[in-house]
Write a protein that binds this ligand. Structure first.
Ligand SMILES: [Zn+2]
Ligand SMILES: [Zn+2]
Length: 153
């Protein structure tokens, strides 16, 4: 996901709008592999301050997930916003809050993915009130009432 920023370099301080969507490859994140269901959509603004770019954007991603309660596959939607700075050349190790760019192009992929990973829920649940599987007979309690007596632990 790249944006051409030559216009902003010529007009310091002037914000420019952008919109991008891109189909990302599956991403390894800790123990899990994130598989995207649709292209990730990002829209926002970028502005050059004479030294670095500031990018503020909103993003929408949808990913393949499996419900932690009922074990059904579903599509998980995650929307988030982020603001990041892009500094020319090799990024300074002391300043790891920034991303680097070269030429007149910003590559947003890493910033988008880093921010997406921060937004991922710890457990994927197909819906807030998913009742999950019966621990006794394994029935999906969203669709059937199996009448098992649950032992209180
Ligand atoms: Zn579920
Ligand atoms: Zn049951």
């Amino acid at each position: 996901m790249r944006i051409r920023v030559a216009n902003a370099i010529r007009q310091t301080g002037e914000p420019f709008a952008f919109e991008q969507s891109e189909r990302f490859e599956p991403q390894e994140f800790g123990e899990r592999t994130i598989v995207f269901h649709d292209p990730v959509f990002v829209s926002g603004t970028y502005v050059y301050d004479g030294k670095a770019f500031s990018v503020s954007a909103k993003a929408d991603a949808s990913m393949e997930a499996v419900c932690a309660r009922c074990t059904k596959p579903f599509v998980e939607q995650v929307s988030f916003s982020f603001s990041e700075r892009f500094v020319k050349g090799e990024s300074d190790a002391a300043e790891d809050e920034t991303y680097s760019y070269s030429g007149d192009e910003l590559v947003l992929d890493k910033a988008v993915l880093d921010n997406l990973f921060l937004e991922l829920p710890i457990a994927d649940v197909c819906r807030e009130d998913c009742k999950g599987l019966c621990p006794v007979c394994g029935a999906d309690r969203n669709s059937e009432d199996c009448h098992c007596i649950l032992q209180e632990a």
